[in-house]
Ligand binder design. Structure first.
Ligand code: AHR
Length: 624
């Protein structure tokens, strides 16, 4: 193939193109990115968290009492906070028994690292005494132990540090009263001190770093379906997720588990800042998920109009929380959480894949107009509804055009063939209309693997997204994270368990595009010796220049089963002698565990490169 560049026709493209979409799905938050190691720390698990009301999913899930002469009860009178009504009561006749928590599939700890233990206690009967706190492994015995005092008068926090003497993945936390009496316990926590960027109540360092390595330009959160919930009572309200942990309001996660809100809006904003990405929170458009709804009719049950004023105010308050001065009501709360500087919020997503009905339109319009009126500095990202082949989101786009929404969110999960054959999808888009945020996409094969075939289909498509970077403002693969053994949705970008992070081959493609993003697109032509459509559509090239580094970046994808010899014509670019880094991801279509390899080379005016069969090649040419 002969690749020629038309530098004269270059155009600016979005500098936010590749980002990430975080949703608390597949245990992505609790038991995942959120570094808390105690499961059901607040005793708020409830059978209704689970479809079919699981009778084992209760306040004592993950907890057990080990030993005799002590009873465990769950009580609700005078709790730590009304948002956390349940707590445990240990009634000890003769000391010896301990309350144990097994974490999320065991507690994984590292030798010599410091873990902060904390809990709330209240002595109900008998004198205040001590609790022995220990980390115990079935295989290795006691790994660390200490004591804390119980509180004689009312709920108080007790804190200690545990430093395990050995590494273990099967540890449990045990808390044993050392004297007789009744003691109430709640809001347990065991938190590694080594979190991502050392943040308190922070994120698992290895997972967060893996996300950061993608160089995401934005982070969309907290969903997906989680953002709008599967009924009015399940909508994600950001105000329930900030402030002291005991005052946050945990709730049922519609993916069939429990959401502590320990990873809440403050932590999301901070994570965005820590990875150099802009925050893109998504709020419900006043309606829950299209597959649910009060009354069983999709979104017939939107927030009652009589309550919409208060709901709209919550969204305006979010802007104040993120950006307002510390002298404002909500800006002050941000400062109290440790971040007096604004979070520099510029975008808010309103709605997620909602059915485009009158109920939706009325509520969306109300939110949109209030944001435009009170916060014209905020760019609203609307939604055009669920994807349905052939309809091209007609109704959603009608509203977008009527309201002149700056950006709309599109989602599609399709077979690799769809991505291969629709590389002109955005070439056809009207440049005068709303811009697009491709908020969720992934290539799906039967069995839903994440392999080189799906990854290369996504890579091909991403070259077309770059080509259309004048109207496609952002794109994020979905979903991002999945915990092994707790996965409700496949494929995902990064799999993990308690001790390992397993980025997929699709992740490697996202990383190549994220780390090699550009600010200007240089059109190119690819001349092939075999110009049949089936061949042409499996070779794609995208050339961008990054204004900061001035590097020229050429991405070449070959989804053919044979290598393709290319010559890249760089005459007129004064590139002879320039150094380039060539990174190649290649393998068999069904391969899952592949890593790209990089070499450096010196360029001539015309550079010959062989694109291996099934490969994605990035040539990053350094500015001389
Ligand atoms: O990414 C998984 C789910 O797919 C999201 O929650 C939803 O928006 C979409 O249907």
């Amino acid at each position: 193939a002969k690749i020629s560049l038309q530098a004269a026709n270059s155009k600016p493209i979005s500098d936010l193109l590749v980002g990430v979409f975080f949703e608390d799905l597949n245990y992505a938050a609790d038991g995942g990115l959120y570094a808390e190691l105690i499961q059901n720390r607040d005793f708020e698990y409830d059978p209704s968290d689970k479809e079919g009301h699981d009778k084992n999913w209760t306040s004592t899930h993950s907890w057990s009492l080990k030993g005799d002469n002590t009873t465990l009860a769950i009580e609700t009178a005078a709790p730590v906070h009304p948002n956390n009504p349940h707590y445990a009561v240990l009634d000890t006749k003769v000391p010896g028994a301990a309350l144990a928590n097994t974490g999320f599939d065991g507690i994984a700890v590292k030798k010599g690292e410091r873990y902060t233990f904390s809990l709330f206690t209240k002595q109900l009967q008998g004198k205040a005494g001590k609790l022995q706190v220990r980390l115990v492994s079935d295989k290795l015995g006691v790994l660390a132990q200490t004591t804390v005092n119980t509180s004689a008068k009312g709920w108080k926090t007790a804190t200690a540090v545990l430093t395990p003497s050995a590494q273990a993945a099967d540890a449990r936390l045990e808390v044993q009263p050392l004297s007789a009496g009744r003691v109430a316990l709640d809001m347990f926590s065991l938190f590694p001190q080594k979190t991502f960027k050392g943040r308190k109540n922070g994120l698992r360092a290895d997972l967060a770093q893996t996300i950061a390595d993608l160089h995401p330009r934005f982070v969309r959160f907290p969903g997906g379906c989680v953002a709008h919930g599967d009924g009015l009572g399940n909508i994600y309200h950001w105000k329930n997720t900030i402030g002291p942990l005991e005052a946050r309001k945990p709730q049922r996660n519609l993916w069939g588990y429990h959401q502590t809100a320990g990873l809440g809006y403050f932590e999301y904003f901070q994570f965005c800042e820590d990875v150099g990405a802009i925050p893109v929170p998504v709020v419900a458009a006043g309606v829950p998920c299209q597959n649910s709804g009060v009354g069983g009719g999709g979104q017939q049950g939107g927030i009652p109009m009589s309550e919409m004023g208060a709901y709209v105010q919550d969204i305006l308050d979010l802007v104040e929380y993120a950006n307002g001065s510390v002298h404002t009501k909500w800006g002050k709360k941000r400062a109290e959480a440790g971040h007096p500087e604004p979070f520099n919020l510029k975008y808010i997503g309103v709605g997620n894949e909602d059915l485009i009905t009158d109920v939706f339109e009325e509520r969306f319009t109300m939110i949109y107009k209030a944001l435009q009126d009170k916060h014209p500095e905020i760019t609203v990202i609307g939604t055009v509804g669920p994807f349905s082949e052939g309809t091209d989101y007609v109704e959603g786009w009608q509203i977008a055009s009527k309201l002149n929404i700056p950006i709309v969110d599109e989602h599609y999960y399709q077979p690799p063939g769809w991505f291969i054959h629709n590389q002109d999808y955005y070439d056809r888009y009207d440049r005068s209309k709303s811009k697009v945020y491709l908020g969720e996409y992934a290539a799906h094969l039967p069995g839903r693997p994440n392999n080189l075939e799906t990854a290369l289909a996504e890579a091909l498509y991403l070259t077309s997204v770059e080509r259309n970077g004048d109207i496609v403002s952002m794109a994020s693969y979905a979903p991002l994270l999945a915990k092994e053994g707790h996965t409700q949705w496949n494929p995902d970008l990064i799999y993990f368990n308690n001790t390992e992070v397993k980025p997929t081959v699709g992740y490697e493609v996202q990383k190549l595009f994220g780390q090699n993003a550009g600010t200007d697109y240089l059109p190119s032509t690819v001349q092939l010796s075999n110009n049949q459509e089936a061949v042409r559509k499996r070779i794609a090239v995208s050339v961008v220049r990054d204004v900061k580094s001035k590097d020229l970046i050429v991405k070449m994808v070959n989804l053919l089963p044979v290598p393709v010899a290319t010559s890249l014509d760089l005459a007129g670019f004064n590139m002879a002698g320039a150094k380039a880094v060539k990174t190649v991801l290649q393998g068999n279509p069904t391969d899952k565990n592949l890593k790209p390899s990089a070499t450096t080379l010196t360029l001539a005016d015309s550079t010959n490169t062989e694109l291996p069969a099934y490969s994605c090649t990035v040539l990053r040419i350094k500015n001389k």
